[in-house]
Design a protein around this ligand. Structure first.
Ligand code: UDP
Length: 238
């Protein structure tokens, strides 16, 4: 991989990963480990905003398959992302790292509303900012949210943390001939239909010329390694 040294990034964390080996809910040791990784990565000199998913608690599509309307299911999913942000915020602060959760929804008793100004202010203060509530709109994903927020707050890249070490031509767990890409253009990522990130997110990244780095978070310290240009992943850019 080339040397991606960025002043400000958005890290996208899947909710699923926060469940650890349980497959559901919030696994505290996993949240604590990710908090440690984020703190170490920030100490390298990069401002970090985190967009957290909610798949460990609720996915709108799954809820709507049980008879709830899709917008309501998606709203439940977006609220789940806020819960994950609060868990991460608490873990970061317990470790002595100032953090701040911001939500796409007005919920003043719980956390402040996401605005660009608030995000700039808290990042400049040296806080790790957790962005909850997705885009605030149904029918979107937190992958798309990560790209949208990155473009809004002038982040220089999206670091998409997953269970695999990059974008593959097919699912490497199912297809032994699956090939890993070191680099893809935005157009190739959109056209390839790769499952690791949704096409809307790739399309918005192309539109806003934002690099996306897809990497595995399973290895402790991987966020910092990617920011030092030493990690293994796929760069989607250009
Ligand atoms: N969601 C939504 N709009 C958004 C972001 C998320 O409606 O802008 C809902 C959607 O129902 C989704 C859920 O929130 O299933 C959790 O987000 P996501 O599936 O992206 O989480 P992840 O897969 O990263 O855990």
């Amino acid at each position: 991989m080339a040397e991606p040294v960025y002043r400000r990034v958005v890290v996208k964390l899947s909710g699923e990963y926060l469940a650890g080996s349980h497959g559901y809910g919030i696994d505290q040791p996993t949240v604590d480990r990710i908090a440690t990784d984020l703190i170490a990565a920030q100490k390298q000199g990069t401002e970090i905003a985190v967009v957290v998913g909610g798949g460990n608690i609720v996915r709108g599509v799954e809820v709507s398959a049980r008879g709830v309307s899709r917008p309501t299911g998606d709203t439940m999913g977006m609220l789940a992302t806020v819960m994950n942000c609060l868990a991460l915020e608490a873990a970061l602060e317990r470790k002595g790292a100032p953090a701040r959760a911001l939500s796409a929804f007005v919920m003043p008793e719980i956390c402040e509303l996401f605005t660009r100004a608030a995000t700039h202010k808290y990042l400049a203060e040296g806080r790790i900012v957790l962005l909850g509530g997705g885009t605030g709109n149904p029918f979107f994903t937190t992958d798309t949210t990560a790209v949208l927020r990155a473009a809004e707050i002038d982040a220089k890249a999206v670091l998409k943390a997953t269970n695999v070490d990059g974008v593959y031509s097919a699912d490497p767990k199912k297809d032994p001939s699956a090939r890993r890409f070191d680099r893809l253009s935005h157009a190739q990522a959109v056209e390839g239909g790769y499952k690791v990130m949704d096409a809307t997110a790739f399309a918005l990244a192309r539109e806003t010329s934002l690099p996306i780095i897809v990497f595995s978070i399973a290895e402790p310290g991987s966020i910092g390694a990617i920011l030092r240009g030493q990690g293994r992943g796929t760069i989607v850019a250009g």
